[in-house]
Design a protein around this ligand. Sequence first.
Ligand SMILES: [Zn+2]
Length: 67
Amino acid sequence: MDDAPRLGLPGLEPVPVAGCAVCTALGAGREEARRSGDLSRVSDRNVEIARHPHGRSGQWPAPGSAS
Ligand SMILES: [Zn+2]
């Protein structure tokens, strides 16, 4: 019986916040990286999305921390 390791469990990824330009860009970058098979970049984007602070609703002044 094969019990191969499984990577990229979709249920464990952070979800980009709707309406946040930074999260949207990070989410798009994550999907692009996934399509190209760059799992290390996918992981980087997940970390950035998870770390993006959202303590209030409203406009964000585009802090430029996406890179
Ligand atoms: Zn965000």
